[in-house]
Design a binder for this molecule. Sequence first.
Ligand SMILES: [Zn+2]
Ligand SMILES: [Zn+2]
Length: 359
Amino acid sequence: MTVDTKSKNTGDTVKSATQNDLFKAKTNDNEQGLLKAEKDAVTVPFGAKYGGKAARAKLREHAILSTTKIGGSIAAVYWMFAYGSGWVEWSAFLVGYFLSMVGCIVGYHRYFSHRAFETSKPMGIFIAILTQSAAQGSALHWAANHRRHHAMTDKVGDAHSPHFDGYGKPLKGFAKFHHSHVGWLFDRTTTDLSIYGKGLVDDEIVMFAHRTRWFWYFVSAIIFPTLWALAFAGPEAIIGTILIAGFLRIFAVLTVLQSVNSICHLFGSQRFKGHDTARNNVLINILTMGDGWHNNHHQHPRSATSGLVWWEFDPCANIIRLWEKMGLVWNVKWAPRYTKDESGEWVQEKPKAPAKQAA
Ligand SMILES: [Zn+2]
Ligand SMILES: [Zn+2]
């Protein structure tokens, strides 16, 4: 058993993890998990837990999510060839995709993980519902995993690194893509909430999202497509719409979102070099509606936008900006804009008016 305490936390939210945190982490269930890790001869990086109830719950959750999403998607493809599909199914797919992606990028990522803005309780609940309707797992665990990713990017202990597996073993070849894309969801490590769950486990909106997540998955995959089919076609369109605009759409959102963890740490350009492997990838940016400027995001993780120059479009940031104008969200953290100086180096533009800037 080894616990890596040497790696330096560099994330935005978790500024430092102390020995005290480590002590607190080593209690009850975790103690047993660590003993089991010793028996299983695997390492447990700092900020992670091994085995126990948390790992069983993680494996169960992702087994159910994967089975239903992949099973539903295979059925959707069969349905398309066997019975065909039309504008009813695909319009529901597009509307559902848009709402789910907003739930992922604005909800899971920018609000719950990075607190890029503040909002009221009703708006927080609305965002929580949108988030869990994307069905990418509990907002609590998503945000804690993501904070660990930022705190330990590319180091042992990163929740989904393309360089090390969950136990700190270096990865090579296709394993780099596989682990960061999906493999990390199926190992026996979990993020230690006593370290990365601060401000999450005691947040009633995060816990509302966490506790009601299966209900919103059901609404998103079954109820929404059913109502859409009944409104625009009839009962005969229900099954096809559930399969295509329910399961296939949620699986598509999952695949694209996970590509931020895998592709955006392997392929793309880097404006900010030397810190980590995060990259800007235009294709992932289109598909995620703004979260593909991942190199920018690692430079300004708390910002409500990841686009830093005028042509770096970020539709999810535009939604947050609209909400800010409407007074629905406030204290929004905006990264500084960038421009090239005479020597071709990227430099921050001077702000036109005093504005709150993200770190
Ligand atoms: Zn990253
Ligand atoms: Zn992030």
